[in-house]
Design a binder for this molecule. Structure first.
Ligand code: PSU
Ligand code: MN
Length: 296
C-alpha cells in the first residue's frame, strides 16, 4: 500500500529519526523552477542534521513515503499532478493519478508510516471573509498524533478564527522561542501564544508527557517565526489585492490557497518567495532537531 524510498525504508528499519515533508508546497506553493531546487535543499537540511527526509506524495496511484529523484521531478514539474487532501487519497489511488499531499494528507500518511515529526511552511486554517472555508488541515491536526513545525498559519487566512478553532479542537500550540503567534510571511501575526518553548528537548518532553496522560491523540503545533520577514506594507498591500482578485475571479475550494500564494509570488518581486523559502528551510531544520530529540 505504501512504497518507501530506499533511504526511508532503511531509516525505519534501523529505527533512525525521520522527518516527513509535504509536497503541495512543491507542486502548488512555490513557482517553477525554484520549487524543485528548494525540495532538494530541504531534504539536504534533514540529512545534514542526521535525520532522514521523507517527502510524501502519490505517484501513479501509489502512496510514496520518500521520493526518488525522478519522482521529485514529477511532483515539481508535471501539470497533471493534483493537490490531494485526506479525502482524495483513496480516490487518487484507484484512478492511478499522481498527487501532491497537503498538510492534512501528509500528516495522515506520515502517522500511518510511524513518523512523528513533520515540517511545512504555513498551516491551512479559516479563510478571511469566508469562515465556512476552513482547511481540512485543522481537523486532521485534531486527530493525528504528530509534531508539526510551521510558521503559524498562512497570513492569507483569518488568524484569530484559526486560533480559536485550534483551541476548540484541543490542539496544543507552542511558540518556539516566542510568545507571538507567527504570521507566516511576517514574524508576528499580532496574536499571542500562551506557551513558549526554548528547545527541541523541551518539545520532546512535552510529547512524552502526553503519552502518559493520554492527551496524545492529536498533533502538537510548533510555531517557528521567520527571522527576516517580508516588508509589512508590501505584504498588506498584496494581501488586500490578492483577496480582492480571488473574489473577483470566483476562486473557490482548494484553488484559493494556491491562487493567493501565486499572487504573492508574482506581485512581490521575489520577496514572498525569499521569505517562503526561508520559512520552509528553518522549519525543516527545527523539525530535524525535534526528530533527533524524540529519539533519545
Ligand atoms: N505552506 C506553504 N505553502 C503551501 C502550503 C503550506 O508554505 O502551499 C499548502 C499546504 O499543503 C496546506 C495547504 O495543507 O497549502 C492548505 O490548503 P487549503 O487551504 O486548501 O486547505
Ligand atoms: Mn478551503
Amino acid at each position: 500500500m505504501i512504497k518507501y524510498s530506499e533511504e526511508v525504508a532503511d531509516a525505519i528499519f534501523r529505527k533512525k529519526p525521520v522527518v516527513a515533508l509535504e509536497s503541495t508546497i512543491i507542486s502548488h506553493g512555490l513557482p517553477r523552477p525554484k520549487n524543485l531546487e528548494v525540495a532538494f535543499e530541504v531534504e539536504a537540511i534533514v540529512r545534514d542534521s542526521g535525520a532522514t527526509p521523507a517527502t510524501i506524495a502519490l505517484i501513479d496511484g501509489v502512496i510514496h513515503v520518500g521520493l526518488e529523484l525522478e519522482e521529485m521531478e514529477r511532483i515539481a514539474n508535471d501539470d497533471q499532478v493534483v493537490k490531494a487532501s485526506t479525502r482524495d487519497l483513496a480516490i487518487i489511488e484507484s484512478k492511478k493519478l499522481s498527487a501532491a499531499t497537503t498538510v492534512a494528507a501528509t500528516a495522515h500518511i506520515a502517522a500511518l508510516a510511524g513518523i512523528s515529526v513533520f515540517a511545512t511552511g504555513g498551516l491551512g486554517g479559516v479563510h478571511r471573509g469566508h469562515t465556512y472555508d476552513e482547511s481540512a488541515d485543522l481537523l486532521a491536526l485534531a486527530r493525528i498524533p504528530i509534531v508539526i513545525v510551521c510558521a503559524g498559519v498562512k497570513s492569507i487566512l483569518d488568524v484569530p478564527a484559526t486560533l480559536e478553532r485550534l483551541e476548540t479542537l484541543a490542539v496544543p500550540v507552542l511558540g518556539y522561542r516566542t510568545n507571538k503567534f507567527p504570521g507566516f510571511y511576517l514574524t508576528d501575526s499580532g496574536y499571542e501564544i500562551e506557551h513558549r518553548v526554548e528547545s527541541a528537548d523541551e518539545i520532546a518532553s512535552i510529547w512524552k508527557n502526553r503519552v502518559e496522560i493520554k492527551t496524545d491523540d492529536c498533533a502538537i503545533v510548533v510555531t517557528n517565526p521567520v527571522q527576516n520577514q517580508m516588508d509589512v506594507e508590501l505584504h498588506n498591500r498584496i494581501l488586500q489585492e490578492g483577496l480582492a482578485g480571488a473574489e473577483a475571479a470566483h476562486i473557490t475550494g482548494k484553488a484559493v490557497t494556491p491562487y493567493l500564494l501565486e499572487y504573492f509570488h508574482s506581485s512581490s518581486g521575489g520577496e514572498s518567495l525569499r521569505v517562503n523559502i526561508e520559512i520552509i528551510k528553518s522549519n525543516t531544520a527545527l523539525a530535524s532537531q525535534i526528530a533527533l530529540a524524540l529519539h533519545h
